[in-house]
Design a protein around this ligand. Structure first.
Ligand code: PLP
Length: 389
């Protein structure tokens, strides 16, 4: 008889989106024209050419060996300047920045370095799909804090306090938020900061969508609030903002007492981010930023087309997202579960979306739709949805 695989890993659920992903792939293979609004990566053209050029040059020059585990010093310096100028976060590039293979690695290493077996991590629900599995893999206990759709998923201190126990250790914040499209106001972040200081919690702040802001919304890094620097790990990366998902390049900033621990996790799992991707990252931060502006402007227009279109559909209502590239419409009036709704759209309209339940119980009654498709494709998806609803 074989030994059982790890019970800790067995407790990690496969993504609730799997069924839709598998079915979408099968339909596409059979030649059906599926409009995929399920995606988590922009299809806004390719990675800007100057980033590819910097990467190719690095390969040609033989930069294909391990780098320092914490990343190339030139890249860490560029990241520290960016964090200082744009986020009011002050990190020493020598000791307080770690370049990681993707933001996912930064998230996992941060969680694994802050919680011990049985410690609790507070996750605002609905939330991005990988926080809970990362907490479980690290031996921790995910504690979900339900946010209410009636308040457009606002965070409030009272809800957080209800879930605190003597084992609470970490609070995970993601603004701009995937899947809701919310951008947390300074007051919400201050409430989070108060709970963290009163109860001596670490904060993990995932800011990967910070460039995707609309209207007058502004991004505030929770680590820049008074007294938060020492307890906050800020993670961010290149995947979304520079269309570099395949480069697998992210980073984190935290005080040295934490980075010294986080670095050990990275050293033993991955050692370092890919050397030539890091040169691409230097090219991205040093190069022209016009690409980002153009992308966000285009997404702004697509956001309006999708939100207005959704609000004209029977049984569907949608807040105008404040950031990210996701709409999170409420479909509860259709009397279908989010899984049934997503399945029905795929079968009958050939439109792929992510059921809200994938993001936690508070996501039920919603679906997530990415507006990273072209405006005509979004328009067509709306027409197809209108026909079946
Ligand atoms: N954090 C959030 C909130 C995300 O939505 C994603 C990707 O979808 C990531 C982190 C992962 O980023 P990366 O591709 O750099 O690992």
């Amino acid at each position: 008889m074989l030994p059982s695989p790890s019970a800790r890993v067995a407790r990690v659920e496969p993504a609730a989106t799997l069924m839709i992903t598998v079915k979408t792939r099968a339909l596409v293979q059979q030649g059906f024209d599926v409009i995929n609004l399920g995606g988590g990566e922009t299809d806004f053209g390719a990675t800007p050419p100057h980033i590819g050029d910097a990467t190719k040059k690095a390969i040609e020059e033989g930069q294909t060996r391990y780098t320092e585990s914490r990343g190339l010093s030139k890249l860490r310096e560029a990241i520290a300047s960016k964090l200082m100028e744009e986020n009011e976060l002050d990190f020493d590039p020598e000791t307080e920045i770690i370049v990681t293979p993707g933001v996912k690695m930064a998230v996992f290493a941060a969680i694994a370095s802050t919680i011990d077996l049985g410690d609790e991590a507070l996750i605002l629900d609905p939330s991005w799909v990988s926080y809970e599995p990362s907490v479980r893999l690290a031996g921790g206990v995910p504690v979900r804090v339900s946010l209410s759709k009636d308040e457009y998923f606002r965070v409030n201190g009272a809800k957080l306090r209800e879930k605190l126990t003597p084992n609470s250790r970490l609070l995970i914040v993601n603004s701009p938020n995937n899947p809701t499209g919310r951008v947390y106001r300074r007051e919400e972040l201050e409430a989070i900061a108060d709970v963290a200081s009163e109860n001596n919690l670490f904060i993990l702040s995932d800011e990967v969508y910070e460039a995707f802001l609309y209207d007058a919304h502004r991004h505030v890094s929770v680590g820049s609030l008074p007294d938060m620097a020492a307890r906050t790990i800020t993670v961010n990366g290149f995947s979304k903002v520079y269309a570099m998902t395949g480069f697998r390049l992210g980073y984190l900033g935290a005080k040295e007492s934490l980075t010294s621990e986080i670095l050990k996790v990275q050293q033993h799992i991955a050692n370092c981010a890919t050397s030539f991707s890091q040169y691409g990252g230097i090219g991205a931060l040093a190069g022209p930023q016009g690409f980002v502006r153009q992308m966000v402007e285009a997404f702004h227009e697509r956001r309006d087309i999708l939100t207005d279109g959704l609000n004209s559909l029977a049984g569907v209502s949608c807040h105008r997202p404040e950031g990210t590239y996701y709409c999170f419409p409420d479909i509860s009036k259709t009397n279908m579960s989010s899984m049934e709704f997503a399945d029905m759209l795929l079968d009958r309209a050939r439109v792929a979306v992510v059921p809200g339940i994938a993001f936690g119980d508070s996501g039920e009654g919603h679906v997530r739709m990415a507006f990273d498709n072209s405006a005509p494709r979004i328009q067509e998806a709306l027409e197809r949805m209108s026909d079946v609803l």
